[in-house]
Design a protein around this ligand. Structure first.
Ligand code: TRP
Length: 353
């Protein structure tokens, strides 16, 4: 039987078709991470968990953006290899599977860099300089001057997305200005060269950002306030022990304020409804102390980490399998990237021979 007749998505070369309420069809997502260190619970809640669900519905491409990591970590390229491995291991541990998701190493697809150069011809420096995420990041990192590559990474990110013809990009709110820029670049490109690059849309994560152990608004490796997915249980337990709680509570019987407590915000994310509700009441009534409350939270987080640890253990003992997965994903992606670049060059009339 000809499957293509039955499945229009397959006929168009895509595995899935997901029409929205208005009938618009979405097929492929692309998202990614900079390999700058191990992934943490903030990544899990904000994106990884969602990707595991999305891979059943979309052709899922996940980019380990090692070149983008160089925009800020150019002084330590020698760390990329181990960081790529670490990120891939984190992906596999949370349940991203190579059967459903294509995991790609960015630097092994030079077509992305080539497309970035074409895009860079008609995007103004001012547009890049006014990007609010770039501004915040530069400030956080204490950059007085912006490097060309750093300022331009949203352009290269546009190439990441468009070279694979992704139509949806699952991201957190901080990435929205980049997607806006991507849409602008694609429109301009298509207008200039009569091309048909796909204008991507953001698929905004519904999950609120996880705050840091120190109460900082963002859990982040660089703030030293993160629980890593690869932390062992003793480490997780002692990190939870140090987390900021309601400072006005001295004795376990003092009435607490869960709404300002880091630990309670984690309960809301990681504990079941009953435990969360009881924790709230018991804290307000002063009938549970912070130590007990933290122990309960540890159990909830542990339950989430246990299945991840099993998969982590499996792959940890099979490092070559991880590199194989990365090579297979990258090779598959490279074919698509080559084809897109061929089309782009045709449209630009720079296919000389
Ligand atoms: N900028 C993203 C981050 O810092 C990583 C990334 C690189 C990305 N290329 C991408 C995200 C393409 C979405 C689409 O997390």
């Amino acid at each position: 039987m000809d499957n293509n007749k039955q499945n229009p998505a397959a006929a168009s070369g895509f595995k899935f078709e997901n029409p929205d309420a208005a009938g618009k069809i979405y097929r492929r997502i692309l998202t990614g991470d900079r390999p700058t260190g191990p992934l943490h619970l903030g990544h899990y809640c904000g994106s990884l968990k969602n990707r595991v669900a999305l891979q059943d519905k979309y052709d899922t491409f996940i980019l380990i953006a090692d070149i983008q990591a160089l925009t800020t970590n150019f002084d330590h390229p020698e760390l990329l290899k181990q960081n790529i491995f670490q990120v891939a291991l984190d992906y596999l541990a949370v349940g991203i599977t190579p059967e459903k998701s294509t995991i790609i190493i960015q630097s092994m697809i030079p077509e992305i860099a080539e497309l970035t150069i074409f895009f860079s011809m008609f995007i103004s420096i001012n547009a890049l300089k006014h990007n609010p995420t770039i501004k915040t990041e530069a400030k956080e990192r204490g950059y007085k001057e912006l490097n060309y590559g750093f300022l331009g990474y949203p352009v290269s990110q546009t190439a990441d997305i468009t070279i694979f013809k992704a139509d949806l990009v699952p991201v957190g709110i901080d990435q929205l200005p980049h997607i806006e820029l991507s849409r602008k670049i694609v429109r301009r490109f298509n207008e200039l060269y009569g091309s048909t690059l796909i204008e991507p849309e953001a698929l905004l994560s519904e999950f609120p950002k996880l705050i840091g152990l120190d109460g900082n608004l963002k859990m982040s490796k660089s703030y030293g306030n993160a629980i890593f997915l690869s932390d062992d249980f003793d480490t997780v337990k002692s990190k939870i022990r140090t987390a900021l709680t309601d400072k006005s509570r001295i004795h376990p019987s003092d009435p607490g304020h869960p709404d300002i407590c880091t630990i309670f915000s984690y309960h809301k994310t990681f504990s079941n409804i009953d435990l969360t509700k009881n924790t709230e009441n018991d804290c307000i009534n002063g009938s549970i102390g912070c130590v007990q409350c933290k122990n309960n939270l540890f159990e909830s987080i542990k339950n989430i980490l246990i299945p991840m640890n099993e998969k982590r253990q499996y792959y940890k003992e099979r490092a070559s399998e991880i590199w194989d997965i990365l090579l297979t994903g990258t090779n598959k992606a490279k074919k698509i990237a080559e084809e897109t670049l061929r089309e782009v060059k045709n449209d630009m009339k720079i296919n000389y021979f």
